[in-house]
Ligand binder design. Structure first.
Ligand SMILES: *Cc1c(COP(=O)(O)O)cnc(C)c1O
Length: 427
């Protein structure tokens, strides 16, 4: 366990872990803990692996903002040529703040509000991934009100069986809340085609996250291609895009890595058969192993025959272990070689507040530093203020330079907008 390299950006130098050229010990001293640390080099490397695998295909990478929405990360991806996939009005604002323009944005999500639709139409997003007939009608009404035409892709629920590490990350199975039920898509497409305020520009699928094989992609895409034939037979002159979603897996421990060349072949095949421009929406793949959560040991104790390491980060900083039963590699920043089996737990008053259970790792004494690997995706974005804990800072490293790209929250930000003295009102 725990021997494969997760990212070449995090390596030991002189016996202590570095992010690229920056010592995590030195960094923790300067910015405090807990802290998220991201490697710009690792993000570039993954982006380039993906785009190289798709060479020759007409495609664009639309980074899934929900995986890591830090503005500096979004700006870095924009510089590399990526657009974004968003699931809320807040993410739209972030994308625009990071220098993206409307056509760089694809708007997904199962519960868009009319206000969010208005903003996205005003921004001129590339298209909306519409997930129900009700949403299509709502979007039509908003477009009519603004006197415009909304570009629409229909998110198809391909109703394939998906294997992912946790049920919560499966989205393309029959009965899931995501997408339009397969049998209804053609009918919804006809509604879109008949509306002067809608333009049917594409079809979309996103079947889950941390997909361990190409098979669900292949099956899902094949089913969408069948629909495409029907919809084209109905006359759909503006069809230009096939959005195949995200879900590319990364290595958290010793799983076999995603065969990115096989993914490239799958995508090349569908691009050639359909003649459509391909949109890919990776989140995790681009950022998960580009980030770590840096935390300091507060206490160690032995209880019920178990050794505990109590660190200053927990489920409030990284909820994946308790929410998805997710495995994250945890390691001493400066290993001693003395192995021990410990539960690595946080300070939050919940028994579910753990980062790793029964984990063999190098012993770290109170005051020492621990790193939680593969924390660049679905880490900070899911952080909360539970137990009135200020959310951590985020640091971006590039070579031997680093910068705080989001400051640690303070007590003042914790209580922002609250009052002890209600301003009572009556109608
Ligand atoms: C979450 C999500 C993604 C990204 O998933 P990853 O597993 O992080 O690649 C892409 N598209 C949609 C619609 C999503 O909801």
């Amino acid at each position: 366990m725990g021997t494969s390299v997760l990212s070449s950006a995090f390596t030991e130098r002189q016996g202590t872990l570095h992010c690229e050229g920056v010592s995590l010990e030195a960094l923790a001293t300067q910015v405090g803990t807990p802290a998220y640390v991201y490697s710009a080099g690792a993000i570039r490397e993954q982006y380039e692996r993906l785009t190289a695998a798709l060479a020759g295909v007409s495609f664009r990478v639309h980074f899934s903002v929900k995986a890591n929405s830090n503005l500096a990360v979004l700006a870095l991806l924009r510089e590399l040529g990526a657009g974004v996939d968003i699931v809320s009005g807040g993410e739209l604002r972030r994308a625009l703040a990071a220098g993206m323009a409307g056509p760089d944005v694809v708007f997904s999500g199962v519960g868009k509000t009319a206000a969010e639709m208005r903003e996205a139409l005003a921004a001129g997003v590339l298209f909306f991934n519409v997930e129900s007939e009700g949403e299509l009608r709502a979007l039509e009404a908003v477009a009519a009100e603004l006197g415009t035409v909304a570009p629409v892709a229909l998110r198809v629920n391909p109703e394939v069986d998906v294997e992912t590490p946790h049920a919560y990350t499966r989205t393309g199975g029959k009965g899931h809340k995501f997408g339009i039920p397969y049998d209804e898509v053609r009918q919804v497409a006809r509604l879109a085609l008949a509306s002067p305020h809608l333009s049917l520009v594409g079809l979309d699928l996103h079947i889950g996250s941390q997909l361990s094989s190409m098979e669900p992609y292949e099956q899902g895409i094949a089913k969408v291609e069948l629909l495409l034939r029907d919809i084209r037979a109905d006359g759909a002159p503006d069809l230009a895009y096939l959005d195949i979603g995200g879900g590319l897996a990364v290595v958290y421990d010793d799983e076999p890595p995603t065969d990115i060349e096989a993914f490239g072949r799958t995508v090349r095949g569908v691009a050639e058969r359909t003649g459509l421009r391909i949109v890919v929406e990776p989140g995790r793949f681009l950022v998960a192993n580009a980030g770590v959560l840096l935390t300091r040991v507060l206490y160690t104790k032995r209880s019920g025959g178990k050794d505990y390491m109590i660190v200053d980060a927990g489920m409030t900083e990284l909820i994946r272990p308790s929410h998805y039963d997710a495995y994250h590699r945890v390691a001493a920043v400066t290993p001693t070689g003395q192995r021990r089996t410990v539960d690595v737990v946080g300070p939050v008053c919940e028994s579910g507040d753990f980062l790793a259970l029964a984990r063999e790792m190098d012993a770290v004494e109170p005051g020492g530093l621990v790193v939680v690997h593969s924390a660049g995706a679905y880490g900070m974005v899911m952080a909360s203020n539970y137990n009135s804990r200020p959310r951590p800072c985020e640091v971006l490293v590039d070579g031997d330079r680093w910068a705080v790209v989001r400051e640690r929250e303070t007590f003042d930000t914790l209580v922002l907008g609250e009052t002890t003295t209600p301003t009572w009102r009556r109608d």
